[in-house]
Design a protein around this ligand. Sequence first.
Ligand SMILES: NC(=O)c1ccc[n+]([C@@H]2O[C@H](COP(=O)([O-])OP(=O)(O)OC[C@H]3O[C@@H](n4cnc5c(N)ncnc54)[C@H](O)[C@@H]3O)[C@@H](O)[C@H]2O)c1
Length: 371
Amino acid sequence: MVIGVPKEIKDHEARVGVTPAGVKALTEAGHTVLVETQAGAQSSFHDEEYRHAGAEIVAEAAGVWSRSEIVVKVKEPVEREYAFFREGLVLFTYLHLAPLPELTNRLLESKVIGIAYETVHDRQGTLPLLTPMSEVAGRMSVQVGATYLEKERGGRGILLGGVPGVAPANVTIIGGGIVGTNAAKVALGFGAKVTLVDVNLNRLRELDDIFSGRLYTLASNSYNLAHATQEADLVIGGVLIPGATAPKLVTRAMVSRMKKGAVIVDVAIDQGGCVETARPTSHSDPSYKVDGVVHYCVTNMPGAVPHTSTLALTNATFPYLSRLAGMGALDALRKDAGLAEGLNTWMGTLAHRGVAESQGRSFTPPATLIA
Ligand SMILES: NC(=O)c1ccc[n+]([C@@H]2O[C@H](COP(=O)([O-])OP(=O)(O)OC[C@H]3O[C@@H](n4cnc5c(N)ncnc54)[C@H](O)[C@@H]3O)[C@@H](O)[C@H]2O)c1
C-alpha cells in the first residue's frame, strides 16, 4: 500500500499525521510511505528522521496525493487540497463535516472514502481519537492558568502551589471527564486546592476514589457553582454534553462576583463554552478581560504543543492506519464496527447520520455500504 503524509496547510496547524516511528512500522510491514517535505518540521520531526525511518520525501503536495492510496492528515482538507481528491482514495483525518457542506460535496463528487477521526468509536462506545486531544488540553489548561495568574499577564499575582506559610490557589474545575480529570491531576501536582464540579454523581464517586479524597467534589448546580467560582483563583471549564453546545453554567453575574485578576480557562469553548462571557480566541491573541477576570478561550489548545499533540494523536490513530494499510479499507471497516462508524463518505454516498442531519441530506449507514 502507498501511504501519503502531506504537510498541513490549515492556518496555525503544526501537527502531522504520521511520525517517523509510524513510518518505520509501516515500511517494515512492506508499505511505501510518501512524506511531503517539511510535513513534520513544526512538530519537531524533520525530513532526515523520516528518511532515516524509510520514508520517501516528496517535494510537492500534489506528488504525495496523486501517488497515494491512503492519505493520512490531521485537519480537514482546505480548498487548495480539493483538487487532489479522486475516486477510491482513502482519506483518514479529522473531517468535522457537519458545518462544511462544500467539503462534503467535493468528497462525494470525487468518490473519496472519507474516514473521520472524530466519529471513530471503540468497544466502550467512547471516541478514542478525540481523547488524546482532551488529555493534552486538560493538562495544558492548568499550565496556561498558572501563567495567566502571574501579574505580568494580568492575573492576581498568585503562585498556584503557594509556599510554606502561604496558602495555595483555589482551582475550580467544571466537568470531571477527560479534560477535567487531567486538569485535576496537574493542579494537584502543582499543590493547588482543587474543587471539581460534575453533574454525574457516579463520576464524582470515581474521582473521589481515584484521588483518594485529595480533591473536593461538588454536585453541579447554580448554587454550588456560584460559591465555587467566587472562591476560585482559577476556573477551568471542561463540560461536554455530546452532540450539543455547552450549557452556560457560569453566568455573567457569577463572573462579576469573581476575584479581580482571577483566571478562567474555558476549554469547552470549541462547543460554545460553559462560561457566559467566554468567546473563542486564537493562539495569536489568546486572552481578554471581563470585569477584571482574565479569560483564555483558545479553541485548539493542543496546537500550542504540536510535538506532544502529534505523538498523542498518532499513538491513537496509528493502530487504525496500520489495519487500513494491512487489510485494505473495505476489510478493515468490515472487521471493526467502531472504525466503520468513522466512515463519513463512501464512493459518492454520505455515510454518517450526524453529518446528514446537520446538512439536511439523506445517508446510508456504513454497515449497508460495506456489506
Ligand atoms: N479548546 C480545546 O482546544 C479543546 C481540546 C480538547 C477538548 N476540548 C473540549 O473540552 C470539552 C470537554 O471534553 P472531555 O473530553 O473532557 O469531555 P467528557 O465527555 O470526557 O467530559 C465532560 C464532563 O462534563 C460533565 N458535565 C456535563 N454536564 C455538566 C454540568 N451541567 N455540570 C458539570 N459537569 C457536567 C459530564 O458529566 C462529563 O464528566 C469538550 O467540549 C471538548 O470538545 C477542547
